[in-house]
Ligand binder design. Structure first.
Ligand code: ADP
Ligand code: DP6
Ligand code: CO
Length: 342
């Protein structure tokens, strides 16, 4: 099917004929128990569940405009045409949306990330969560939050969690229908993001995760340990036990970096300054300021703190990089496009 004539009563073809457009905003999330390994790459099912905090800083905003006359999708990221690889990833995602919408109409996607792209500050999470919500609306899919989480997962696993506000657990699940994120009650948490290097990582999370699973002799141990850490983390959240939440968070992060370092060829996401940030956080704890460090697949470090301590923690880490204090943020949602018509 290449062209579609407007036909009376064909409600599901409105998207193809009306240049429908929608804009969504989504925030990055930082995992306290990390997702690092897939058991099904096509369906994007993780090898273990994970838990994160969706932030209230560094939003991604994405506008999807259906363009029935176009022969391919166009993807503009931060005001410039995205790379072929990045555009291909968006097209593969939109193909899933189109399949469900019963259309082949292409789209123009414009997105801006407030966080650096591909630097371990979860741009793929906010990016694909914003794309899932905007594309679902532009293509007129009927999707509730659970369905949007499952859909976002197909673009980037961590994006399943950015559909959800605040603390989210992503259930590993057993199939497409059971692998989604949902909210979890937790005590008040703040995060201090230390931006150490904004450069795009040399090895994407996707590629590094695959390499780790294929080559690290520790991979199986990492997955079973993470499943246990998630169980312990859910109990700690329920108990409102900040100390236990923090300990599990820091240990799980260091174990993830250890398993990544043990891949062949090895991958090292932490820079010397990142290690200095982990050391500084440990020193703060020894002095009685309770914070715990984590880092995703990149050199930027995030300290977990009680809200009342966040400013003191940020001050103590400011010599290592630009600090940003974040709290729990909203789930991905539609917004009015700036100055445009929906
Ligand atoms: P990060 O640590 O930033 O999540 P990843 O390696 O997981 O890094 O993913 C980076 C990739 O995610 C980008 O190269 C691009 O393909 C995709 N991405 C990032 N931001 C967006 C966005 N706003 N819309 C669509 N895709 C995005
Ligand atoms: C270290 O979700 O970016 O941030 O699913 O292949 O797109 P893909 O990978 P991605 O991996 C995130 C890895 C992590 C840990 C986490 O967010 O749980
Ligand atoms: Co990512």
């Amino acid at each position: 099917m290449t062209t579609v004539a407007p036909s009376a009563g064909a409600g599901d073809e409105r998207a193809q004929t009306s240049n429908a457009s929608a804009t969504a905003r989504a925030y990055p999330n930082i995992a306290l128990v990390k997702y690092w390994g897939k058991r099904d790459e096509r369906l994007m099912l993780p090898a273990a569940g994970s838990l994160s905090l969706t932030l209230d800083v560094f939003p991604t905003e994405t506008t999807v405009t259906v363009d029935p006359g176009a022969d391919r999708d166009r993807f503009e990221l931060d005001g410039a045409p995205a790379s072929e690889e990045q555009t291909g990833r968006v097209t593969r995602f939109l193909d899933l949306v189109r399949e469900r919408a019963g259309t082949t109409a292409r789209a123009v996607v414009r997105s801006t990330n407030a966080a650096p792209t591909g630097a371990g500050l979860a741009s793929s999470a906010s990016g694909f969560a914003a794309l899932a919500v905007s594309a679902a609306a532009a293509y007129r899919l009927d999707a509730d939050r659970l369905a949007l989480s499952r859909l976002a997962r197909r673009g980037s696993g961590s994006a399943a969690r950015s559909i959800v506000p605040g603390v989210a657990v992503w259930h590993a699940g057993e199939d497409d229908g059971s692998s989604f994120a949902e909210p979890v009650d937790a005590p008040p948490l703040s995060m201090v993001i230390v931006t150490i290097d904004r450069a795009m990582k040399a090895v994407s999370s996707r590629e590094a995760m695959r390499r780790t699973a294929l080559t690290s002799p520790f991979h199986a141990a990492w997955i079973s340990d993470t499943a246990q850490a998630l169980e312990a983390m859910l109990v700690a959240c329920r108990d409102g036990d900040f100390t236990r939440i923090g300990r599990i968070t820091e240990t799980n992060a260091l174990r993830m970096h250890a398993v990544i370092q043990s891949a062949d060829p090895p991958i090292q996401y932490l820079a010397p300054t990142s290690v200095a940030a982990f050391d500084e956080v440990r020193r703060l704890r020894a002095e009685g300021l309770e914070a715990y460090a984590t880092a995703d697949a990149g050199p930027n470090v995030v300290a977990l703190a009680r809200p009342a301590d966040a400013e003191a923690v940020a001050d103590a880490l400011a010599h290592l990089g630009e600090t940003t204090i974040a709290g729990p943020g909203p789930g991905a949602a539609l917004v009015e496009p700036a100055g445009g018509t929906a």
